[in-house]
Every structure is written in C-alpha cells, then in structure tokens.
Design a protein around this ligand. Structure first.
Ligand SMILES: C[S@@+](CC[C@H](N)C(=O)[O-])C[C@H]1O[C@@H](n2cnc3c(N)ncnc32)[C@H](O)[C@@H]1O
Length: 183
C-alpha cells in the first residue's frame, strides 16, 4: 500500500502535480507549455476536483469532451504516478491508475498539440478530432466537460447531455459521474 502525505502537504503536492502534468508540453513549443502552466496553475477547477474528491479510483474510463490539448489526461497520469510513488495527500481521494482516456476535440490544432505532448502516455490516450454533437461516446465512468457546452445552442446541448447520460448508463458503474462546468 502507498504511503500518504499529511493533508497539510497539499500545497506542496499540488506544486509537484502541476510541474509533472505540464512537463510533457515543453516539447510542443512555447504556446503549449505556457498555456498548460497557466491553465493548470490559475484555473481553480483542476485542484478543486482533487480537493472535493470528485475523481476516484472507480473512474477508470474517462471521456473528456472539448479536451483542448488534453491537460486532464496529463493530470490523471501524473496523479497516478505520484500516488504510486507514495507522495499523495491523505485528504485527496485514491486516484485511478492507467485511466482509459478518450478526449474529444473539435479543433485539429489542439488535437495535434495533444498528440505531440501526451501521445506517449501509457496507456495511450485516445484523442479524437470530432464535434461533440455527433461524436460517438464510449461506455464510461466519468465524463468531464469543462467550459465547452456553451459553444453550442440549447438544443444541441440537450443532445450532448442525453448522449453523455447514455454513455454513463452503458458503463454500468453506480458511481459514474459527469463533471460539468460552464465558466
Ligand atoms: C474553453 S476551452 C476548454 C478546454 C478544456 N476543456 C479545458 O478546460 O482546459 C473549450 C474547448 O472546447 C472545444 N470545442 C468547442 N466546441 C466544440 C464541439 N462542438 N465539439 C468538440 N469540442 C469543442 C474548443 O475547441 C476548445 O478546445
């Protein structure tokens, strides 16, 4: 079993996680690197998901809709590594290892940046260039939609949410979850 850090160490743990999850973007150029560091560092949603224990070991099949350059996949991989190494605060949920991650993103440039940055992760993230309004959604335990749904009209939003519900239902995990934010 992994050792855990006292909860007072969460600031240090978050700094370490931020560093680890953004390192893969360094090789993809200045924009990818600075964007990753800024977004993960300043947008409270990512740390909030940990502090509020919203992502757990039971969420191994993850669909990230409007994934951009795949920051959430990188975060999940770094969370797993830190936990395996025993550097994980006791107040944070045990995390999923080897997540089966599918990112769906409309913009080819973002998908290309994601491939170049996190394509090497194991298991390999599936990065799909597609419109969330029509993309096939695999059976899953966790759907993440951060600041994406408002890009389409209400009717289309309804359609996306119905397909998300169906994908989560097919996943047949009683602890399945949708994490949705419109900032
Ligand atoms: C504000 S960004 C959020 C990116 C990421 N979720 C995050 O929190 O870092 C919104 C993303 O949604 C994507 N997007 C917008 N409309 C989309 C659609 N119809 N299907 C898939 N992705 C879409 C954009 O290209 C962009 O990458």
């Amino acid at each position: 079993m992994s050792a855990v850090m006292p909860s007072s160490s969460t600031d240090n743990a978050w700094r370490e996680l931020h560093e680890a999850a953004t390192v893969p973007y360094r090789k993809s150029g200045s924009f990818a690197w600075h964007f990753a560091r800024g977004k993960l560092g300043r947008d409270p949603v990512f740390r909030g998901l940990l502090e509020h224990r919203l992502v757990g070991a039971q969420h191994s099949r993850v669909v990230d809709i409007g994934c951009g350059q795949g920051l959430f996949a990188s975060l999940l991989a770094s969370m797993s590594t830190m936990q395996k190494q025993g550097r994980w605060p006791s107040s944070w949920h045990a995390t999923t290892h080897g997540a089966d991650y599918t990112g769906i993103e409309l913009m080819p440039k973002d998908v290309a940046r994601a491939e170049a940055s996190i394509g090497h992760l194991q298991p390999a993230p599936k990065l799909v260039c597609a419109d969330m309004c029509s993309a096939a959604l695999p059976d899953c335990d966790l759907v993440v939609i951060l600041d994406v749904l408002h890009y389409v009209n209400l009717e289309a939003q309804e359609g996306v949410l119905q397909r998300v519900r169906d994908a989560l239902r097919r996943g047949a995990n009683p602890q399945a979850r949708l994490l949705l934010r419109v900032g």
